[in-house]
Design a protein around this ligand. Sequence first.
Ligand SMILES: *Cc1c(COP(=O)(O)O)cnc(C)c1O
Length: 354
Amino acid sequence: MIAPRDDLALMAGYHSPQVDVVVRLNTNEAPEPPPEGFAAALAAEIAQVAWHRYPDRGYAELREAVAAHHDVAPGQVFVANGSNEVLQTLTLAYGGAGRTVAVFEPTYALHSHIARITGTAVTVGERTEGLALDLAEVRRVVADARPAITYLCSPNNPTGMVEEEATVREVLDLVAAVDGLLVVDEAYGQFASWSALELVGDDVPLVVTRTYSKTWSMAAARLGYLVGPRLLVEQLDQVVLPYHLDAVKQVAGRLALRFDDAMRTRVASLVEERGRLVARLLDLPVEVWPSEANFVLFRPTVRAGGDVWKQLLERSVLVRDCSSWPRLDGCLRVTIGTPAEDDAFLDALEEVLT
Ligand SMILES: *Cc1c(COP(=O)(O)O)cnc(C)c1O
């Protein structure tokens, strides 16, 4: 039988278990479906789709809507099937054999996973003991490896910690000095106090990626995008498969942005709910990281994280088990859900830990 490429053979895939539970707080989705009115507007437009024709290859209306949302030019926007496909397209264009991607662990596993699948070398920098970015380490890694692509994730998954503007500017200078590209993954950007979007420009080697999967309550749609230099967007348009965005998705992405006000209200209430959840967590025997995202990383101090994860599952509460991941010994990550879901999680955790 045919075998996969040698450099893929031993790689473990990236999977979150999709098990049937009452309280699902493991993949950082929004706790509610899109706002009232979205589904009806989508259905009305789907009725008009010319199914026998290819969709608009350049997805002009969606591109314009995303550009207007961020007050940038349509030519600075690239949209794909989830921000993971945005990252894959970037790596296909700027990574590959003989090139290197730099990541600072612990961070989002897909950054290095996609690099490896595309035959790109991965160089791993370490964070501090408290899991913060270490600029001295970034300087060392960028100078040693001269990476084509350097990743930051802000807020970082799985810690929830945000990189400050001064930090991102400094990393950008380092990356520019080696003719590389800085990718700031802002999948949770709307929950944070600062965004690197304001640093994007046509002469700046920076892209900021966003997704519809979290804030926009649209994980099922598989839509994500980046904002970056026009020339880079033109190059990505040449690398991505033709007609990669189907007609329905183009409509869905455009219509979702009409509900911007509702989204902002939801983000604000999730941030408030995060405060409530963290306050209750701090009363329990756990260590908690300061999150500016819609999830919280914590480490039980009286029981092994993996055991706590199982005992929560027995109570039909599913969180993310990071306890066996390198550098995250004993840690679990919980998504902010509805107040009722969060209470179910907190009550179960309290029962398990006390
Ligand atoms: C969830 C997540 C994504 C989203 O990927 P999609 O393909 O858009 O669903 C991207 N980056 C990070 C850091 C994430 O946590």
